[in-house]
Write a protein that binds this ligand. Structure first.
Ligand SMILES: [Zn+2]
Length: 282
């Protein structure tokens, strides 16, 4: 499974367990259909013939994600590759984001404080728990994190704030919580990695209080940058980005799961932005 492609290197181990995916949005099988050429053949990127949702047809099993493909490893590898390949554009982008205060984590906490009532906040893919230092008075962080090392660090950080973190994939983690439990949720750079994004959103709906809000940030496959840079777009990561949302496919999925939309895309208004933001409500 270790193969090098033009611009994206896969880092899955030879023992990686691969699963075939039906369309994560509508359940249609796109086996044998024409693939999108951005993608190395190994991962078969497709636009659903029934609903248009763009996704990778093969996903790596959760056990693999928890160790060999853990976020902290693959991100470091990709950042290094990107910086080496395009040192100037990487630097400019980092500086621009800093100057415009578009750094996503702090924004997510601010949005939670603004739109949610105080209570428990579930942070899906909580990494090592930066949310602990970002949430204001009355908001208690609960983390779900697939990487065991990161989950452990988040657990320690969240316990200082009265919360905790568990080491689990998103869906399995959410299933351990009761109905009507969370006041808010944050899904920052999470849904694009998720094998079962719709199932996770449905489960999240169940365990949120009525009126609870979730802040979602994902790469925007319909962004100008993707159209211009094509196969070099920074949102393409094989195989760890499994789902390629557009504003309409993201909107459809959250509505299908029962949520209403409070705000869409209102933070990342720059036409050059690679990401989109969404605030949904139960
Ligand atoms: Zn579909």
């Amino acid at each position: 499974m270790n193969e090098r492609t033009s611009d994206h290197e896969t880092v899955a181990s030879p023992e990686a367990k691969i699963v075939f995916r039906l369309c994560p949005s509508c359940g249609h099988s796109n086996e044998g259909s024409k693939k999108i050429s951005y993608c190395p053949d190994t991962w078969a990127m497709t636009a659903c013939g029934a609903c248009g949702f763009v996704y990778l047809e093969r996903g790596v099993m959760y056990e693999e994600l928890a160790s060999n493909l853990a976020w902290e490893k693959t991100t470091k590898i990709r950042e290094k590759q990107r910086a080496e390949a395009r040192p100037i554009s990487t630097k400019v982008k980092t500086l621009t984001r800093k100057r415009l205060h578009l750094l996503p984590r702090k924004n997510a906490a601010r949005l939670v404080e603004r739109y949610a009532t105080p209570g428990l906040v579930v942070d899906l893919g909580c990494a090592n728990g930066p949310m602990a230092d970002e949430l204001g008075e009355g908001f208690v962080p609960i983390g779900i994190e697939i990487s065991s090392a990161l989950a452990q660090a988040a657990d320690a950080a969240f316990k200082n704030k009265g919360g905790h973190a568990i080491n689990a994939p998103g869906l399995a983690g959410l299933k351990t919580f009761p109905d009507d439990y969370f006041s808010a949720a944050t899904l920052r750079s999470y849904l694009e990695h998720e094998l079962q994004p719709k199932e996770v959103l449905k489960e999240l709906f169940r365990c949120m209080v009525k009126g609870g809000v979730a802040v979602i940030k994902v790469p925007n496959y319909a962004s100008v940058n993707r159209m211009v840079t094509g196969s070099r777009w920074c949102g393409l990561r094989f195989p760890d980005h499994l789902n390629y949302f557009t504003p309409s496919s993201l909107r459809k999925m959250v509505l299908d799961c029962g949520f209403g939309i409070r705000r869409f895309n209102f933070l990342d208004r720059l036409p050059t932005s690679d990401n989109m933001w969404l605030i949904i409500e139960k």
